[in-house]
Design a protein around this ligand. Structure first.
Ligand SMILES: [Zn+2]
Length: 423
């Protein structure tokens, strides 16, 4: 009987040892600490173990005896946030130590990394800005920063405008607009400067804006127009409402997206223009930001906004570049037909649409007054005319301002000259 009991005990020990051996988890937990060197609040570490985590601890500057721990309760992954927000700015070595959930032989692993805590937003001064502007019109701002700042932008709600900076990254200039579709009460241009640690300094630009009414217009669409344009633009037959909307809505959205892509891909450069922008001759037809209602057989079938101005002169008249710049687009562009886009630097662009002929290629440097093509009626154009748009960044603006030398000098160029005048 005694022998039997001994045998059972020995067997139990063997089984127990085998169980412990098999349950031994040879894999150590993984630690992935935040890569950024500069932080403004906390350091995040992701810890994981495919068989479960036990204690997750952290300590600063090698002070193991001051470590604080939480139990991950067997979770396979855990997000540890080491809060530094109550500490003084400076450099810290953050260590994370993790044990897996193994009850008998927990695997431990630790990892340390240095971080710079910086809770102070960048310093910046609003040096000069356009004093007065109009809804749909342009303005400029010059900001200086005592230290190099590379991440600076101007926001008007969802609209973003890029800055150009000097070589030291301490002086910054941007042209922006009060977008035609933003109510005066909602217009708050804000300069945002973000540092390496993620701190953001915000400066409200105190430019005063004025509201304005945009013209309303009603266009009767003849079926013969839909028929002709459907063949030209969609390469198919059609004269009904659906065919018209395929061009006036779907294709319009695609054309707009392409213009945004083309202008935002263009590298920022300093203004290349000299003096007021040239207006091609002819009678003014449609105006900027005109609200259009489209009728087919007296039924309202669509509403759209006209982003440029229409100028009707002689048929196939030579179209000249409004100012010095570089051609960044010269081909067919959906509703705009044959189209040329020129980058004038300073994030200002001009577009010439519905051309019958294009005489320049992307990359061509053009001077003010140089012929870029001939007017026509390609795209959504009933008759021969020039559709002309000025973009600030990718937002269409009132071109009349840019034709006016006094406006350009006092609203844009004076601010730019302040930016260029190094003390
Ligand atoms: Zn037009």
């Amino acid at each position: 009987m005694k022998k039997m009991l001994l045998l059972i005990i020995v067997l139990a020990l063997i089984v127990g040892a085998a169980f412990l051996g098999f349950s031994r988890d040879w894999q150590t937990p993984a630690i992935k600490m935040a890569e950024a060197t500069y932080v403004n609040q906390s350091v995040v570490a992701m810890v994981s173990d495919n068989r479960g985590l036990g204690e997750v601890c952290s300590y600063l500057n090698g002070k193991v005896d001051e470590k604080s721990c939480v139990n991950a309760d067997g979770a396979t992954s855990y997000k540890l946030e080491v809060d530094l927000s109550t500490l003084a700015d400076g450099e810290y070595e953050v260590c994370v130590e993790v044990a897996d959930a193994n009850l008998y032989f927990p695997n431990r692993v630790s990892q340390c990394q240095s971080y710079v805590l910086d809770k102070v937003p960048p310093k910046a001064v609003l040096e000069s800005a356009t004093r007065y502007m109009r809804r749909g019109g342009g303005a400029a701002v010059f900001v200086s920063t005592p230290e190099r700042e590379d991440n600076i932008r101007l926001s008007v709600g969802e609209y973003k405008f890029r800055f150009i900076s000097n070589a030291e990254g301490t002086r910054h200039f941007a042209i922006f607009t009060h977008p035609y579709d933003v109510e005066v009460s909602a217009f708050k241009p804000v300069v945002e400067i973000e540092d390496r640690a993620g701190n953001i300094r915000r400066l409200l630009v105190d430019t005063v804006t004025r509201d304005r009414q945009f013209k309303q217009d009603t266009l009767n669409i003849p079926r013969s127009f839909i028929e002709r344009k459907s063949l030209e633009m969609l390469n198919k037959e059609g004269s009904g409402k659906e065919t018209f909307l395929e061009m006036n809505r779907t294709m319009r959205v695609e054309s707009r997206a392409r213009i945004i892509a083309v202008t935002s891909a263009s590298l920022s450069s300093e203004p290349l223009w000299t003096g007021a922008f040239y207006r091609n001759p002819g009678a003014p037809k449609a105006q900027f930001a005109e609200r259009r209602t489209y009728l087919l057989d007296k039924e309202v079938i669509d509403h759209q906004t006209h982003y440029g101005i229409d100028i009707a002169g002689l048929a196939k008249m030579p179209i000249k570049a409004a100012n010095n710049g570089v051609v960044i687009f010269a081909e067919n562009l959906g509703i705009y037909g044959n189209c040329v886009i020129i980058d004038h630097g300073g994030r200002v662009f001009t577009m010439y649409a519905h051309l019958s002929q294009i005489d320049v290629a992307p990359g061509t440097t053009v001077a003010k007054g140089q012929v870029v093509g001939r007017s026509g009626n390609t795209g959504m154009a009933g008759g021969d005319h020039l559709h002309f748009t000025i973009y600030i960044s990718d937002v269409p603006v009132e071109p009349a301002e840019w034709f006016d030398p006094a406006w350009l000098q006092t609203r844009i160029d004076d601010i730019y000259n302040d930016f260029k005048a190094e003390e």
